[in-house]
Design a protein around this ligand. Structure first.
Ligand code: C5P
Length: 236
């Protein structure tokens, strides 16, 4: 596989074309950002742990009926993925109320939902990724009704599979964000699943082991990601 041109550079990952038109190379960098890019820092080792973490989760999802764009890890901080045409929306599922939900609605932190809560956000840093609904997606042509239905069904399936995985490791999957993209055959889970894009709490202590450590200046960000990886049984 030959790494060719930079296709896009996000806040924590870079995408490169390869000698295969249908495949992209995803490079996980140490760069870490929060608050729509307003807070930034490079954290040594984060690229590597996130690449491994993502590979582990994507493989687990694939084994449990969730097709993804992930192909294989090809170096400590690089993976091959299927080229997708990404939808400009983020899908968030919450099992416990925290974060922007509590700020937006003034609701108490820590409420456990009987059924998981689903939200769509528009991917737009300048607008602060606003909350949107199904009607916005249809009205502005960001996706079809069929795609909306698929994203909800698939994101809830991901929740079921991953809540079990985390629960068995004495961890709580509080909430997470996933993104989807189009192939000629329909939508596929794209982007990443790492502690950068989800909230994970220790079941016994309630300690945050995810990017909230960076957002709230709690320290030991990479170390916490490694603890989660270890508890999930990853070889790191
Ligand atoms: O900030 P908020 O509470 O809406 O985040 C919900 C979940 O989605 C968190 O796990 C957060 O890490 C993730 N998220 C993300 N990227 C964003 C917004 C939220 O990964 N742009």
């Amino acid at each position: 596989m030959i790494k060719k041109d930079l296709v896009s550079k996000g806040k924590a990952k870079s995408l490169y074309s390869t000698d295969d038109d249908g495949l992209l190379l995803m490079e996980y960098r140490d760069d870490t950002s929060a608050f729509d890019g307003k807070k930034k820092e490079a954290l040594k080792g984060k690229g590597e742990i996130n690449n491994k973490f993502n590979g582990f989760i994507m493989k687990h999802l694939q084994q449990n009926g969730v097709e993804t764009h992930f192909v294989e890890e090809i170096s400590p901080n690089e993976s091959l993925v299927t080229r997708l045409d990404m939808l400009p929306v983020e899908c968030v599922v919450r099992n416990i109320a925290t974060g922007s939900l509590c700020r937006r609605l003034g609701v108490e932190e820590g409420i456990k939902f009987k059924d998981p809560l689903f939200e769509f956000f528009l991917k737009d840093d300048d607008l602060g990724d606003p909350l949107i609904n199904d009607n916005h997606i249809i009205a502005f042509g960001w996706g079809t009704q069929e795609e909306i239905d698929f994203m909800k069904k698939q994101t809830f399936l991901i929740n079921k599979v991953l809540c079990t995985l985390f629960d068995e490791a004495n961890l709580i999957l509080v909430d997470y964000k996933v993104e989807y993209g189009r192939t000629s055959e329909g939508l596929l889970l794209g982007d990443e699943f790492t502690p950068d894009g989800c909230r994970i709490w220790d079941k016994d202590t309630g300690e945050s082991l995810d990017k909230d450590r960076f957002r709230k200046d709690l320290g030991d960000v990479v170390e916490s990601y490694q603890i989660v990886a270890h508890k999930l049984g990853m070889e790191i």
